[in-house]
Write a protein that binds this ligand. Structure first.
Ligand code: FAD
Length: 421
């Protein structure tokens, strides 16, 4: 059996696993990522929410909601309840990401309201550069652009929704237009525009139509969903018109672009990555002694001083619900070590999945060293740490704090580990 050894093993390659690996590798540590599947980062809008809402109040900055967070919140744990510590931590976490200013605009302190692909308004902090024009500003004129023949993106409907959502956020003085243009080709879904516009003929036709729109409407921003796999493609259109993308989930590209951006950085800093088919943790007493990965039907043993679980929540694939046959109760366990995270209340599925939902809050309880802890507050395993959405105690969905928590926990953990390895 093949055996591999490393300073640190990170399990999972969403934002949490990649960021922690990059930070550690930049400090000279030998890091291996073991990963399978894709995770929630790829499904996100690729914009970093830090803290947009607390108790349904829209926040202008995470600072306005910090004191109202529950004690279990990872922001309170990583900062020991000190707001300036959290601010320093997150600013450093952002500054240590190379070339970040080529990809994201904004800062962790200030929330901005951004028009989304569905016509809602999203409160977020760090925005992909190609979405800059989707930030709502008073007095501005936005034009939502659609394409004839596409059934899955309707800018007129989006504009109607946007008029209502913008008012809720206090933007009564913006103008919203919507039009559809004809690219003289049957486009089955807006997703396909990415490949169609790689052909020079259609790109030229789009540019011609964009120039006419600018003449007819003089919009401050022409908005389309995040369809491009590479942001240089939207930059080349911006030479002709103020065209920007809106934050959008799959099948659009924004979250995947964030993952790819972090992958490139991880490779640049010599992080090794192993795509595996399956993985099981081997525990003895209070310690992880090794991992056994399956790849192409072969077993590989991997061991290190420290193990980092960055496998995400139920959506990411890091947690699963199982039936404990002895107790006849459902439990939440992680998918690598099978550690019990929580006993599940049978009513957990009753609330609104798109609002404040208990499922969004579940995950490991942690201490200040990012170790998963048991009900008595003791570390479950001495050499296992957790980062990102596998941690519980906060509701990324209703708070809008997902990638912010990922950023803060990844940076904090790398600081702690750098002291001991
Ligand atoms: C639809 C959606 C939209 C969102 N939009 C936003 C947004 O716009 N802004 C924002 O800030 N937050 C958003 N969030 C929240 C945010 O995406 C997550 O909080 C964040 O991406 C979590 O990152 P992570 O690395 O912890 O987990 P993930 O990104 O889920 O990564 C987990 C990784 O572990 C791997 N993995 C899982 N199980 C195993 C296993 N057993 N063995 C090996 N590897 C494994 C997965 O394949 C993946 O690579 C959104 C979430 C969802 C679901």
């Amino acid at each position: 059996m093949k055996k591999i050894n490393s300073d640190v093993i990170v399990i999972g390659s969403g934002a949490a696993g990649l960021l922690t690996s990059i930070y550690l590798a930049k400090r000279g540590k030998k890091v291996i990522i073991l990963t399978k599947g894709y995770g929630a980062t790829a499904m996100s809008s690729g914009c970093f929410d830090i803290l947009g809402f607390v108790k349904n109040k829209v926040l202008e900055s995470f600072r306005d909601g910090f004191n109202e967070l529950p004690d279990s919140h990872p922001y309170l744990i990583v900062s020991n309840g000190d707001i300036s510590k959290l601010s320093n931590l997150m600013n450093q976490a952002i500054n240590k990401i190379d070339d970040i200013s080529s990809f994201l605009i904004g800062n962790i302190e200030t929330n901005r309201n951004v028009i989304t692909f569905t016509g809602t308004v999203k409160t977020t902090a760090l925005i992909q550069k190609c979405m800059e024009g989707a930030i709502i500003e008073h007095g501005k004129q936005y034009l939502l652009l659609g394409f004839k023949g596409i059934y899955d993106y309707n800018p007129r409907l989006q504009a109607r929704l946007l008029k209502t959502s913008a008012k809720i956020f206090g933007y009564n003085d913006i103008r919203i237009d919507a039009i559809r243009i004809n690219l003289e080709i049957t486009i089955p879904s807006i997703h396909y525009l990415n490949s169609i516009l790689k052909q020079e003929k259609y790109k030229r036709l789009l540019i011609m139509k964009l120039e006419k729109i600018v003449n007819d409407y003089s919009p401050d921003a022409i908005l389309i969903p995040a369809i491009f796999d590479d942001i240089s493609r939207i930059k080349s259109l911006q030479e002709h018109a103020p065209i920007y993308e809106t934050p959008s989930p799959p099948p659009y590209r924004a979250g995947i672009r964030l993952v790819n951006f972090l992958w490139r950085l991880a490779r640049k800093h010599n992080v090794s990555v192993m795509h595996i088919d399956d993985l099981k943790g081997d525990i003895k007493g209070k310690e992880v002694i090794k991992l056994v990965a399956i790849k192409n039907d072969k077993e590989i043993e991997i061991s290190s001083q420290k193990y980092i679980l960055a496998t995400g929540d139920l959506i990411g694939g890091g947690l699963k619900i199982v039936l404990n046959r002895d107790l006849l109760k459902k439990e939440l366990v992680d998918t690598v070590f099978n550690l019990r995270v929580a006993k599940l209340d049978k009513n957990i599925f009753n609330s609104d999945l798109f609002g404040q939902h208990e499922l969004n809050k579940i995950g490991f309880k942690i201490n200040e060293l990012m170790q998963p802890i048991n009900e008595r507050g003791a570390p479950i395993l001495s050499n296992l740490h957790v980062v990102g959405s596998v941690i519980g105690g906060y509701d990324y969905n209703s708070e809008k704090s997902g990638l912010g928590v990922t950023l803060a926990t990844s940076y904090k953990l790398h600081e702690e580990l750098a002291k001991v390895i």
